[in-house]
Design a protein around this ligand. Structure first.
Ligand SMILES: Cc1cc2nc3c(=O)[nH]c(=O)nc-3n(C[C@H](O)[C@H](O)[C@H](O)COP(=O)(O)OP(=O)(O)OC[C@H]3O[C@@H](n4cnc5c(N)ncnc54)[C@H](O)[C@@H]3O)c2cc1C
Length: 374
């Protein structure tokens, strides 16, 4: 039976919940993370590990700025994680490419980056390169590549090690993480606080609750007075055998994990909760990789999987406080790896309502109501 009454309970122990827990613990709170079961959809166990800015927020300035702040905070965050967990998450933030084999798609993306640059000024930098320029700097890029973009700020981590490091860091900071603790219902208590009923039949209570349960949040939003409709979006990935040589680039669709395997991905499909991989998508991922870097044709694919992204209606993060039930917060986003450096730091100020808190009004869920009515 769970007996303590932690000051803040976080529902969900993926990268979002654990990052938020880290920030709250560092700010002096007592924190208890309740995580679900292995059968849950877990984006944190199936992602691409990018710490990525290109294209993010090109048509939504607050997101461009928020992402840019997180990219800047990542090096310090990675050091803190290593200190607290003893795990090196293999952050490599030495710049990333987007490759194109279609000139129209490339022009469209270049336009998006120009808008993003307009939002961010000197906090962002990018270059647009022709296919020949790319091949000159990186021999081995295929003849079908018509060009692409490069941003010095982009990078990646080892995603599974990152998740493990977060879990350990939370424990080192004194947080409690309880696995197999699916929250079935949350009941606001009159006078403040919340009672939580677990699927095991156990009950616990909390003064504040932060809902970070990824796709599992959808079942609990109404209990806490939130209205955001969270939806899944499937991404499929391939992973190759480990290579002895390093790829000369990192891209948002092809990256070499620090352990040597090449991860290939970037697909998007709205197929509900179906997280299976499919043969046609696997084939198109492989041919994209070979078009970009033909030497990959000789490399064996050893694994493939599908995983479900956690998407809000417009794809941007939601940081919301419940108007009906003060003390309840909803934190959900795609790009939870990229944004983790802020979730583990300044987001605690926002939850605490301190004067130094970032202004996150643009990310409130009221934007969905406004846009529907407009
Ligand atoms: C294919 C793919 C590629 C991606 N690539 C990148 C990338 O390169 N860079 C990047 O920044 N982001 C990437 N993402 C997104 C990133 O993985 C997610 O933003 C992040 O993992 C979301 O974390 P989360 O904690 O919100 O959700 P999850 O990882 O889904 O975790 C939610 C947790 O809540 C638990 N839970 C659910 N319901 C309950 C309940 N009722 N009670 C208690 N616990 C509950 C679950 O067990 C789970 O552990 C990718 C995602 C996918 C699918």
């Amino acid at each position: 039976m769970l007996s303590t009454q932690p000051e803040i309970t976080i529902i969900g122990g993926g990268v979002v919940g654990l990052s938020v827990a880290m920030g709250l613990l560092s700010a002096g709170h007592r924190v208890h993370v309740l995580d679900g079961t292995d059968g849950d959809a877990r984006a944190s166990q199936g992602n691409f590990g990018l710490v990525w800015g290109q294209g993010k927020g090109w048509n939504f300035e607050p997101y461009a700025r928020w992402t840019s702040d997180s990219l800047a905070a990542w090096p310090e965050f990675a050091r803190t994680l290593t200190d607290l967990s003893g795990i090196d998450v293999a952050l490599d933030q030495s710049g990333g490419f987007e490759f194109f084999t279609d000139a129209d798609e490339m022009d469209e993306f270049a336009g998006m980056l120009a808008q993003q640059q307009g939002h961010l000024g000197n906090r962002f930098s990018h270059e647009i390169l022709s296919g020949d320029e790319m091949r000159k700097h990186m021999p081995g890029i295929g003849p079908d590549v018509v060009g692409g973009s490069f941003s010095q700020l982009d990078g990646h981590v080892n995603p599974l090690r990152f998740l493990r490091a977060l879990r350990r860091a939370v424990k080192t900071l004194g947080g409690r993480v309880t696995m197999n603790a699916t929250v079935q219902a949350v009941r606001p208590v009159s006078g403040g606080g919340f009672d939580l009923k677990l699927a095991t039949g156990n009950k616990t209570s909390a003064e504040k609750v932060v809902l970070c349960a990824g796709l599992g949040s959808a079942k609990l939003t109404a209990d806490l007075g939130f209205t955001t409709a969270i939806r899944p979006q499937r991404g499929e990935l391939l992973i190759t055998e480990k290579l002895g040589v390093r790829l000369p680039f990192l891209s948002s669709t092809i990256r070499q994990v620090d352990e040597g395997g090449v991860q290939i991905g970037g697909t998007k499909a709205d197929v509900g909760m179906d997280d299976r991989e499919t043969l046609d998508v696997m084939a198109s991922l492989a041919s994209h990789a070979v078009a970009v870097y033909p030497a990959l044709a000789d490399v064996r694919v050893v694994r493939a999987w599908g995983a479900l992204r956690v998407m809000s209606p417009d794809g941007y993060p939601v940081y919301a406080q419940s108007h009906h039930h003060p003390g309840a917060y909803l934190v959900t986003c795609h790009s939870g790896v990229t944004l983790a450096a802020l979730h583990a730091s300044v987001l605690a100020d926002w939850i605490n309502g301190t004067s130094t808190a970032p202004n996150l009004e643009a990310f409130d869920e009221s934007r969905f109501t406004v846009s529907t009515a407009a």
